[in-house]
Write a protein that binds this ligand. Structure first.
Ligand SMILES: Cc1ncc(COP(=O)(O)O)c(C=O)c1O
Length: 366
């Protein structure tokens, strides 16, 4: 994978500045723009454009190596990508074990509009082929199971059959995986997670090198009104400035913790793509630059899982992931089809020399 040049990214704005302009990105908190006469070529109205988004999208485009549009949440981005690509009569294939709200969107809203929904588990996703499917939604590694899809081996036949692929890259970020380089047509991401990284905002983006799709996505944003707030855009931009260092530390610590957790007697089962014996290891090694910051462990019982999470002073018992604070939760509490003692653990930026003793002590106390 070609790693995005994050040093260059940090100077994208600076190298285009006029003398006296602020180095930090200004926050343009305005719905109106001074617009006498011909409005062409100028910011017109806050639902259509905003200078803070424009710069954020410049940075996101640098990371994705593709045009990007920002949205007020990951689901906002996923909705935009799907509403821009499906129509009545379309067949949409989605994973049965990915992020559950994507399935809710398909089942509760798209199916009412005449879109037929096909679900397959990540580990058997290619079974049945892709003929007659118009849009294929992918999630790799899947959340929460951390199973991987062979993205080029799916994107190629889908394209040959006349379909479109959309990949949710939230768990990896563009620094860990670039699905567009692997043949996928559209990337969506919840930037609420590691991209923002501080658990203080919701945002998302859509990226694609297909100009027609991006035109539809932009039209959707303008017409639906699903626009990011300028302040959230500004916060996300600020978060992206440290993505490289945060992601590096989070992935390195996750590897260390996974190896230690794998041999702890309280851990019945562990999944981390960076462990050589993990079912996702070979695909992750081929497709991703890093093995990620998410791992899952299964303990002996629901009660022990709760006790472990709640007693560890360096784990926030919270949903969501990708923040500077390590966090953990039992996914069964939201209805994911997993063991009641299955825990998704998001490794944050705390030094691993502090994290492991805290985690180990909490496991030893069970
Ligand atoms: C893989 C994945 N995609 C999309 C989303 C939705 O993102 P948001 O909560 O920003 O709408 C999430 C949220 O947890 C997620 O885990």
């Amino acid at each position: 994978m070609t790693k995005p040049k994050t040093g260059e990214m940090l100077h994208l704005r600076g190298n285009a500045l006029d003398k006296g302009e602020p180095v930090a990105l200004p926050l343009t908190q305005s719905s109106m723009f001074h617009l006498p006469g011909d409005p062409d070529g100028h910011a017109s109205y806050g639902r259509v454009d905003n200078p803070t988004w424009v710069h954020l999208e410049h940075v996101l485009s640098h990371l994705e190596n593709a045009p990007c549009l920002s949205f007020p949440s990951g689901m906002g981005a996923i909705s935009a990508a799907l509403f821009a690509t499906v129509k009545a009569g379309s067949r949409l294939l989605i994973p049965s074990d990915g992020y559950y709200v994507t399935r809710l969107l398909a089942d509760r809203f798209l199916s009412n509009l005449g879109v037929s929904i096909v679900e397959r588990p990540t580990t058997a996703f290619a079974e049945g082929g892709f003929d007659g499917i118009d849009v294929v939604f992918l999630e790799s590694p899947s959340n929460p199971g951390l199973d991987m899809l062979d993205l080029p081996a799916i994107a190629r036949p889908v394209r040959e059959a006349g379909g479109i692929t959309i990949a949710d890259n939230t768990t990896m970020t563009p620094l860990g995986q670039r699905p567009l380089d692997l043949g996928v047509d559209v990337v969506v991401s919840s930037d609420t997670k590691a991209m923002g990284g501080h658990s203080d905002l919701l945002m998302g983006h859509v990226a694609s090198r297909d100009a027609q799709i991006m035109e539809r996505v932009e039209d959707w944003r303008r017409v639906s009104g699903a626009i990011p707030g300028p302040h959230e855009a500004w916060l996300l931009h600020r978060g992206l400035e440290t993505l490289d260092v945060r992601f590096d530390r989070m992935c390195s610590s996750a590897q260390v913790l996974a190896e230690l957790l794998a041999s702890h007697p309280a851990v019945k089962h562990i999944r981390y793509p960076g462990l050589p014996g993990d079912p996702s290891h070979a695909l992750a090694a081929a497709q991703t630059a890093r093995f990620g910051f998410l791992l899952t462990i299964t303990l002996e019982s629901e009660a022990k899982a709760e006790q472990f999470i709640n007693a560890c002073p360096l784990l926030r018992p919270a949903t969501s992931f990708g923040g500077v604070h390590s966090s953990a939760e039992r996914r069964a509490r939201w209805g994911d089809a997993v063991d009641p003692a299955f825990i998704r653990l998001s490794v944050g930026c705390e030094p691993v020399e502090e994290l492991w003793p805290a985690i180990e002590a909490s496991l030893n106390a069970l």
